[in-house]
Design a protein around this ligand. Structure first.
Ligand code: GAL
Length: 340
């Protein structure tokens, strides 16, 4: 080995030791955190705050069961809580723990292990300086259809659970929160038995709905909403409604966040595009410091072993006003475009 080779080896060794080697995002594989454990953050979302990305998701641990009384495929795991991972680069993720834990000693509590906790999203409220989490809280039979809210002074928790309700007295299942440039926040939720999507404007502290809402995609059965803003327009990626099984994705656009929304169509292209690459949308995260670079995050559910569900993350391609999500087996942040 010559001096240069030795130098290269030392650089590789040192940088991997420091956890800064840019890794490929390999879709559908087990993704490990910086301690070498599988990342467990399903149906999640990302918050970018003070130079760090925080990934929150459903911590699905243990056996997946189909209850005896099930009349449909409501496979579930016990509620363990919401996990959080932090990363400076969206590649190397450090486990920050369970930031909203289950409440095992109160059978009536929304967060009791016997319930269902899905699709947590965390946003930062600049006015109150609080981190606010919204999640879908459910009974085991999915009849509760409510939103649960929790707050924290730190992105890594602990979050204090404030309780649950049906926003604007309407059912709320698959959901996300979007904060606009003017600081106003909105909850997007599958409502009316998952048939119609509600956009609920939130109060200035992000803890409640203001009472102003719109019904969108009426009877179109949209789930798994993921919202982003590009070039002054709002986009919503969503799935159809087939439980844990994959279906065709849909992209819609609006000039005003509460609607009217116009359906563009299925943005997925390439292998298994008609099944959203055997995955379901959960969030779209802009890459900081880049213009026009957004990462679409999906869950590849394993309904009979939910803990072993995987992730599919894909850069959104934006060319001449055409937005697509091309399949990539694997990719690297160094190799994707986006303007600095
Ligand atoms: C899906 C939904 C998931 C979960 C699942 C239960 O349609 O997107 O978050 O609720 O149904 O079957």
């Amino acid at each position: 080995m010559n001096t240069f080779q030795r130098f290269l080896l030392a650089v590789i060794f040192l940088s991997s030791f420091m956890g800064v080697v840019a890794k490929d995002i390999v879709n559908g594989e087990v993704w490990l955190d910086t301690s070498g454990n599988p990342i467990n953050a399903h149906g999640g979302g990302i918050l970018y705050h003070n130079g760090m990305y925080y990934w929150y998701g459903e911590y699905k641990k243990g056996e997946t069961v189909l209850p005896d009384w099930a009349t449909w495929e409501c496979y579930r795991t016990d509620v363990t809580g919401v996990s959080c991972y932090s990363s400076p680069d969206m590649v190397n993720w450090a486990f920050e723990g369970i930031v909203l834990p289950a409440v095992p000693d109160d059978t009536d509590h929304d967060l009791h292990p016997s319930k269902v906790l899905e699709r947590p999203k965390v946003v930062y409220n600049a006015k109150t300086k609080k981190f606010v989490m919204w999640a879908h809280v459910e009974s085991a039979d999915y009849s509760k259809a409510a939103a649960g809210v929790a707050v924290s002074d730190s992105p890594t928790g602990p979050f204090e659970y404030l309780g649950s309700f049906r926003p604007n007295n309407a059912m709320s299942r698959d959901q996300t929160i979007f904060v606009d440039d003017d600081g106003k926040a909105y909850q997007f939720a599958s409502s009316e038995n998952n048939q119609t999507l509600y956009i609920n404007e939130l109060t200035d502290d992000y803890l409640r709905p203001t009472g102003r809402y719109t019904r969108n995609f009426i009877d179109a059965a949209r789930e798994a909403p993921a919202v982003f803003k590009h070039d002054g327009r709002y986009y919503m990626l969503s799935s159809g409604c087939t439980g844990w099984d994959p279906n065709k994705a849909e992209l819609a656009v609006a000039d005003s966040i509460m609607g009217d929304w116009t359906v563009i169509g299925d943005p997925s292209t390439g292998k298994d595009a008609d099944k959203t690459f055997y995955a379901q949308s959960t969030y779209v995260q802009p890459v900081m410091g880049k213009n026009n670079l957004y990462i679409a995050m999906f869950d590849r559910w394993n309904k009979i072993d939910l803990e072993n569900s995987r992730y599919v993350w894909l850069p959104i391609s934006i060319t001449d006003d055409k937005i697509t999500i091309p399949w990539r087996e694997s990719w690297n942040f160094d190799c994707i475009n986006g303007e600095d």
